[in-house]
Write a protein of this length. Sequence first.
Length: 344
Amino acid sequence: MTLLERSTASAREKNRHVVAALVGSRVAAFELGVVHEVFGLDRSDYANPWYELRVVAAYGSPIPVNTYTRGWETPSDTGSWSISTPWGIDTLAEADTMVVVTWPDPDKPTSPEVLDAVRAFHARGGRILSVCSGAFLLAEAGLLDGRRATTHWMYTSDLAKWYPDVDVDPDVLFVDGGDDIYTSAGTAAGIDLCLHILRLDHGAEVANMVARRMVVPPQRDGGQAQFVDTPVPLAPDDDTIAATIEWAMEHLDRPLQVDDLARRAMLSPRTFARRFRSVAGTTPMKWLAKQRALRAQRLLETTDLPVEVIAHECGFGTATVLRTHFRRVAGTSPQAYRRVFRCA
């Protein structure tokens, strides 16, 4: 039995979810590393079975590794190392999820074989993610027509110009476009999207554990702006916004409003809202709703508290309000979420 056959048999025996990282004529090291960190490392102590990651070479291997993602930005140094993989484009049909890890030369036509394989993957119900310029391949294949999507802010104008049928959102970190297609902005936004997928598959607690292992924030919302003036406060012990955020996280059960947070920060509501957005990348109330829904996820997973009590503990007040906000975040009802993700 060949290495390919043994690996395929092993994945089927363990009933693992196979994630195919599709790479083109070259690959960006960081973006591929993000996909490997989330899906490629064995974290079966968190959830079992875990994923099996396969790097799928669209055009064969070895694959040059570079730090740039677009052909018309080719630097003089094209990189000095490469990766090899036994997985070719014909093995894409064996995967459950495909991640397009950037896409080089999106201004040049992709081979019909690759486009057909991507379309066939989607047609049979496979889940598709793109990181950074990977959205260009999905757009070329026609999979983003009529959909909202994003890519790195440097490339959004080209994506919109070349593919006018795509509703390009230049401001967000990632887009959950429905119908199992997800697109993310550049570099670190790929982490946010991968953790979002992990949360959908295994729940908030598992996603948070992986985020802690990676030493990254587990709760950046896809709708957060790509640009924030101060993504991480330089002096969190002294920064009034950071201190207010920390206080709010400890008091989510209270009926907090912008005025309450502004008083805590000793700022006017307008100044507080402006400074908060520069730090968190979203409005205070959207941030509060997201944090409350995430706390509800954890309580649903780890406790037997009734939904009405969880609603109170998370600051939603009533179960009806909780259900409304929870569905926006998790895409399902609290009861259905608990049935799937309740810890044993």
